[in-house]
Design a protein around this ligand. Sequence first.
Ligand code: ADP
Ligand code: MG
Length: 343
Amino acid sequence: MSEKRLEISQLGEFGLIDRISSQFSLNNRSSLKGIGDDAAVIDAGEDCILLSTDMLVEGIHFDLSYMPVHHLGYKAVAVNVSDIAAMNGKAEQITVSLALSNRFSVEAVDALYKGIKAACENYNVDLVGGDTTTSQSGLIISITAVGRARKEKVAYRNGAKINDIICVTGDLGAAFLGLQVLEREKEVFLTNPQMEPGLDKYEYLVGRQLKPEARTDIVFDLEEAGVRPSSMIDISDGLASELFHISRNAQIGVRIYEDKVPIDNLAFETAIEFKLDPITCALNGGEDYELLFTINKDDQEKIKKHPDIHMIGYIHERKDQNVMITKQGNTVALRAQGWDHFA
Ligand code: ADP
Ligand code: MG
């Protein structure tokens, strides 16, 4: 008789994390929040220490044939700083761990660290350690970020309350469309190496894919405006997927309006060019690293004039009804496609 074998793809990434997390409990009083948010939260007196880690794997998360290695360094830092921002905190330190194959030269490592340094300077974080080892093929880069926030300021995924307003920053879908453009140009180049890549027109989209920024500015602006988000998450897997996290964690439902979801004009046109639905790109695209958060209705006025914060809907009590009102006025169920690397 053969042993039963459960495939990872049967559980999916989230199922697998749930399975791991159900086998552990937090036993130290200082461990305020473990698995399940953008960062772990550790008691440090009046402040909390925030801790987040992210790994980028060549061939899965990036393709060095179009990702300049210094951009990769910058992005690896930015995505970790973004997870700290998503707790309404400020990143202060990072460690960087690398697995390098002999395909990489010292110059390539220098370029990677040039990007890491630029991000450290931009976000005012200190590189304080890491680990270096070899890999049989490809590059793996894992970054851990440590941040800080006042205890009462920390924004969890589970804090959304009924009637809270749902907000997103920036615009959505552009990073995904930037990736489509890069993939297309790579194909063109592989078939005909004499062709110059036609990227100029798509500069904004490609930039959103190759050099995303963490919205540390929003954390600052919310503080200035005296607004504490009731919940917050960064958009790494796509708006729909993150809305489901907010819904599941707080046991509430979300209702958003299609015409309020911010989509850049070029992203809109490029989606059409690729025969994709722009709103689907915004809902499921991912890698925008914008912030999704909820605020009390009474705080609306305080950030209404912010040019980069968009109110897209509200929280209601029916946790099984996560819906979008389309431009035609139809109510459609949201689907969280996200990115499943095990699919
Ligand atoms: P994010 O997209 O914000 O980086 P993830 O979806 O990667 O978050 O992770 C969700 C949660 O699961 C986080 O709290 C993360 O620390 C935790 N997590 C992910 N992988 C593991 C693992 N292998 N073991 C323990 N915790 C994990
Ligand atoms: Mg996150």
